[in-house]
Design a binder for this molecule. Sequence first.
Ligand code: CP
Ligand code: NVA
Length: 304
Amino acid sequence: MKGHSLLTLKDLSQEEIRFLIDEAKEFKTNRSRFIQNQPLRGKTLGMIFQKRSTRTRVSTETAMVELGGHALFLGKDDIQLGVNESLHDTAKVLGRMVSGILARVFDHTDVKILAKHSGIPVINALSDLFHPLQGLADIMTIEEHLGKLKGVNIAWIGDGNNVCHSLMVASIKMGMNICIATPEKYEPDPTILEYCIKNALSSEQVKMTHDPIMAAKGANVVVTDTFISMGQESEKQEKLRKFKAFQVNSQLVQHADKDFIFMHCLPRHKEEVTDEIIYGEHSVVFDEAENRLHTVAAVLKNFL
Ligand code: CP
Ligand code: NVA
């Protein structure tokens, strides 16, 4: 992993994901030891953010400091990128200065360009296609609450988006089954679906439906995300109309396993999940948010 980029969980083997989750658990239980050992002493991370962030930014900056390194926040109004300078030149310059780049971008091609031209590790902090750091925190949270990954049944309810794609890849890598319920025309990206079907252990592992109740049936994990991802604001009215039947609420979760957990990467909106569910006894959303810190610490320690 050292010196490599993490653009999607497809880049990692099952063993590497296992190792990162174990490291994240270690960070969670023995945080003071990492703070004392300072494994990233002298390392710097340039954090390019073309979009807003709470969890990703705060978890990464905190982890860099606790591991002994330094993080530079490079927001869209802070650097020349996009106004005065190309991504290619930005990558070349950062590559000569910092130890790694973490980037939240609109177009997934941009993280690839950064990795190609910087020559240093690039970590995808969310693109239109993937959110691998969220995927790792989701795996950790599922294992923490259900005690296993293999054979766990996940119901993804809502948009076939970046977070969904990373959970699909995580599922096929770690032996979980995922049933994705979306409205028509909002299915996952066909190339990612094809990759998952091709690499699945069986046809049970990745399923698609337009019926949220069918997906929720017997699910151990019910998970959703915003219906309006960052950059899709102009589609809001149309999407809200089409996603009406996809809200996670008390009627829908009646179909899930009685000990199901509810997950959401946050930030949430009332249209995709009711207060009753997100603040209810099955919800693990704040453990999931906390695990963003522990998993990114494991990633930074092993990739930079
Ligand atoms: N879940 C997540 O990535 O949150 P932020 O947008 O706040 O970073
Ligand atoms: N799908 C959402 C995730 C936010 C963390 C988005 O891309 O905006």
